[in-house]
Structures are given as structure tokens and as C-alpha cells.
Design a protein around this ligand. Structure first.
Ligand SMILES: [Zn+2]
Length: 69
């Protein structure tokens, strides 16, 4: 019984951490970005790990949720 309670507590803590992380990632994803090639603000994530500029078609490989320059 005590073991079960302890596991439940750990799960709840982990859930909060994940939720906070998700919120941070979501905000990062929606952030306005500037194209490193032409400076346009039309720079966004094309697919997971691929970021592209809608203006000059510049493509860069980044992480799933952010660019790594
Ligand atoms: Zn560009």
C-alpha cells in the first residue's frame, strides 16, 4: 500500500514536469523566427527537425522544436 502511494506521488511530479516542458516547447515552436539567410520573418518549421524560409526557400536542419544555430 505504501509502495503504491509513493509511486503515485512520483507519477504526479513527473506529470507536472512534462506539462511544464510541453508548455515551454509549444511557446518555442510558435515563436517568430528570423531567417538566417535573408532576415525574413517567414521562417518556420517545415517538418520535425527541418526549418525553412518561405521567402528564400532556405532550409536548415534543427532539432524537433527549435533551431540550433
Ligand atoms: Zn530567407
Amino acid at each position: 500500500m505504501a509502495k503504491k502511494k509513493s509511486l503515485k506521488g512520483l507519477g504526479a511530479r513527473y506529470g507536472i514536469k512534462l506539462r511544464k516542458q510541453y508548455t515551454k516547447i509549444h511557446l518555442t515552436l510558435k515563436e517568430n523566427r528570423t531567417c538566417p539567410e535573408c532576415g525574413s520573418k517567414k521562417f518556420s518549421r517545415d517538418a520535425v527537425g527541418i526549418w525553412s524560409c518561405k521567402k528564400c526557400s532556405f532550409k536548415i536542419a534543427g532539432t524537433a522544436y527549435d533551431i540550433n544555430l
